[in-house]
Design a protein around this ligand. Structure first.
Ligand SMILES: [Zn+2]
Length: 208
């Protein structure tokens, strides 16, 4: 029995540590809120990150949400475009508030996500004793990667250039530098795997 609840968690260690401010994009799931904070504390991000949460995390805000036909007919299609716009609005705000010192973005997906089940109409846990963990991980990695590419694309956009020009009005030396984006998958025990990092080798299991 661990003396501290955090002792038993498995965390990846094979990527560069976050340098300045972080932006954490996660899910609204109520089971993992404390585990999320614990992981971010472990990465020395205590009181150093901004947080945006959306049902399903990446799948709700990436540019390629599931096609309407892929959704569960009984669920009301969510406002993906609105959610995506909200994320971009908050990203811009964070860039202004941190004066360009947003160095790291963490996309933190999680297993047994109800939003994925509803949006994709796919139950990875149809057989609870033998869940389709490979399929689940592949879907989370796919949408998180799409979101990471979207974020990289935004930093090349006219919107980003406008923001840079606006900040340069009061700080001529300001330069908008894209943050490092990483994709994680948290399990229901609060353990974390790195799905992808900024280095192509940073994939898969990399616990110490
Ligand atoms: Zn979720």
């Amino acid at each position: 029995m661990p003396t501290s609840p955090g002792v038993s968690r498995k965390y990846p260690q094979c990527y560069p540590a976050p340098r300045k401010y972080g932006l954490v994009i996660g899910c609204v799931d109520c089971r993992l809120l404390d585990d999320l904070v614990r992981f971010l504390d472990h990465d020395n991000l205590t009181n150093r990150y901004y947080q945006a949460t959306f049902a399903g995390c990446a799948i709700g805000v990436c540019s390629k949400p599931p096609k309407p036909g892929a959704r569960n007919k009984s669920s009301k299609p969510p406002g993906f475009a609105k959610w995506r716009g909200t994320l971009v609005d908050h990203l811009k705000l964070v860039l202004k508030l941190t004066k360009g010192e947003l160095t790291d973005v963490y996309i933190i997906e999680h297993t047994d996500c109800g939003a994925y089940r509803l949006f994709l109409d796919r139950d990875y846990y149809a057989d609870p004793s033998n869940p389709d963990t490979a399929g689940e991980r592949a879907d989370h990695a796919h949408y998180a990667r799409v979101l990471a590419e979207d974020l990289a694309g935004w930093f090349e956009s006219d919107d980003a250039k406008e923001l840079e020009a606006e900040i340069q009005e009061t700080n001529k030396a300001f330069k908008l530098v894209p943050p490092l984006v990483r994709g994680f998958l948290m399990d229901l025990r609060g353990g974390v795997d790195l799905m992808f990092g900024t280095n192509p080798d940073e994939t898969g299991e990399c616990h110490q």
